[in-house]
Design a protein around this ligand. Structure first.
Ligand code: FAD
Ligand code: NAI
Length: 470
């Protein structure tokens, strides 16, 4: 006899667990199935994000930044550190504790909200308007609504399968037991830059090999240029326009490639991180057998996350759009509310992007190059952190803020930041854009002094050529 629910969520990552909590809050009898397990077989809720993504990477980014500051940053503040030592085992242990606290947090929230949790791999038995059935660990769950939130996995480079010893995905890249002397990274995207930064700060000689001829193509060009300048000064060696022709492993890893001039090159690394994008997790779901349409490997959905089968929804990394935890969460909440008969809306134009390098890079809305391509008339205002008093006090003056606003209406179309705490500053821009604010609105709001947020105000004022501090 199947256990019956109003909603069954497959996947306990940030999309799935948030959808389950919201559905339960709305009075729906909800179950969540997740198959993640610790090495000793225990459940570990939170998905990629919590276990081998956002959370452990940010823990290591913070620890490695502390190490770099103690070694190279504190002296300028008159703080001398003698006998600085790296305790990588402790750093990894702390990271694991941060992860565990997050796993436990999700389990606690499930209990609090009365979400039934099933540990194992969920697979469709049937799906359709008359109801769905999902098999998990020898049980069958039935529900009128199923939310697929199965996430994504790292894409493999052909001829370079992950062994997590020499050729590492994000999983292995978070758990290297000793600092590799020569670290190679294939793909100068978000993971490559973040994980590369961690190991460079801890002492690795870092080389990043990127296929595209441009650096950070999704970011605003001015911000990407600034990032390139700062990162290469930090010692990151980034080669653009390469084509990988072979990867061989012995005691170390040899990567053969052609460079931007089409010349054959090779490089030897102690470890190689391959971060060339991710693919949707649909394997084992029995999705196509129950009529679910896939599109380029993703579960096909409309704007509201409805799949091709009535009563089945899909959210997060397994569907189109940016692979970001907060995008997955927004979709999860919206789907739960739609199932409960509400009319939520996710504005895909105001989803912020953050790259947690030093300095951080964050943006929301359109880049200048996008607006040019779309033929939109705009005005841009920039403000450098060098001219911000708090940034000088912090000793963190790299970077700038840029506002892009409609030339006629002054509505903010995009905000781009490279600098300290960009991940926090961007929230003001998201709020402003959600409320359809103009750049003048931000310029008229009182910002605390001295604070980095004043750079937001000054950049907004700079749109009208009236920044006060430059
Ligand atoms: P996931 O988090 O992938 O969760 C899916 C869950 O479903 C997993 O537990 C999986 O095992 C389970 N599952 C899959 N199939 C089944 C099945 N058939 N039955 C049962 N369970 C199943 N995003 C950010 O916004 N900020 C960041 O700082 C950030 N950092 C990242 C760092 C790294 C190294 C990586 C790899 C990713 C990072 N991301 C970040 C991206 C973020 O992790 C994803 O966008 C997010 O996890 C997607 O959430 P999700 O719920 O769709 O899927
Ligand atoms: P990515 O899409 O960010 O970057 C992949 C890079 O690899 C691209 O620049 C691409 O041109 C390059 N590439 C692809 N094939 C290649 C090849 N054969 N040789 C050389 N280069 C190649 O993907 P990444 O870094 O794997 O991350 C996956 C996703 O995870 C991100 O897109 C993002 O959505 C999410 N993520 C988000 C983070 C955040 O929000 N801070 C942090 C880490 C990951």
């Amino acid at each position: 006899m199947a256990q019956s629910f109003d909603v069954v969520v497959i996947g306990g990552g940030p999309g799935g667990y948030v959808a389950a909590i919201r559905a339960a809050q709305l009075g729906l009898k909800t179950a969540c199935i997740d198959d993640w397990k610790t090495p000793d077989g225990k459940p570990a809720l939170g998905g990629t994000c919590t276990n081998i993504g956002c959370i452990p990477s940010k823990a290591l980014l913070q620890s490695s930044e502390n190490f770099e500051q103690a070694g190279h940053g504190f002296a300028d503040h008159g703080v001398r550190v003698k006998g600085l030592e790296l305790d990588l085992a402790q750093m990894q242990k702390r990271k694991d504790q941060v992860v565990k606290a997050s796993n436990d947090g999700v389990a606690y929230l499930f209990k609090k909200n009365k979400v039934a949790f099933f540990h194992g791999r969920g697979s469709f038995v049937k799906a359709g308007p008359e109801g769905c059935e999902i098999a998990v660990s020898g049980e069958t769950l039935s529900a009128r609504n199923v939310i697929i939130a199965t996430g994504s996995s790292p894409r493999t480079l052909s001829g370079a399968a992950f062994d997590e010893k020499l050729i590492l995905s994000n999983d292995g890249a978070l758990a290297i037991p000793e600092v590799p002397k020569r670290l190679g990274v294939i793909g100068a995207g978000v993971i490559g830059l973040e994980m590369g930064s961690v190991w460079r700060r801890l002492g690795s000689e870092l080389t990043i090999l990127e296929a595209l001829p441009v650096f950070l193509g999704a970011a605003d060009e001015q911000i990407a240029r600034e990032a390139w300048k700062i990162f290469t000064k930090q010692g990151l060696k980034i080669e653009l326009g390469v084509k990988i022709t072979g990867v061989k492993t012995r005691k170390d890893v040899t990567v053969e490639y052609t460079d931007a001039e089409d010349k054959a090159q090779s490089a030897i690394f102690d470890r190689l991180i391959v971060s060339i994008g991710r693919i949707a997790n649909t394997e084992g779901l029995n999705a196509e057998a129950v009529g679910l349409k896939l599109e380029r490997g993703f579960v096909a959905v409309d704007e509201q996350c409805r799949t091709s089968v009535a009563g089945v929804w899909a959210i997060g990394d397994v569907v189109r759009g940016p692979m970001l935890a907060h995008k997955a969460e927004e979709e999860g909440v919206a789907v739960a509310e739609r199932i409960a008969g509400q009319h939520p809306h996710v504005d895909f134009n105001t989803i912020p992007w953050v790259i947690y390098t030093t300095p951080e890079i964050a943006w929301v809305g359109k880049t200048e190059q996008q607006l040019k391509a779309e033929g939109v008339a705009y005005r841009a205002g920039t403000f450098p952190f060098m001219a911000n008093a708090r940034a000088r006090a912090l000793g963190d003056t790299a970077g700038l803020v840029k506002f892009v606003a409609d030339a006629k209406t002054d509505a903010i179309l995009g905000v781009h930041i490279i600098g300290a705490f960009a991940s926090e500053l961007i929230a003001e821009a998201v709020v402003a854009m959600e409320f359809r604010a103009s750049s003048e609105d931000i310029g008229m709001i009182c910002h605390a002094h001295p604070s980095l947020s004043e750079a937001m105000k000054d950049a907004a004022l700079a749109v009208d050529r009236r920044a006060l501090n430059i």
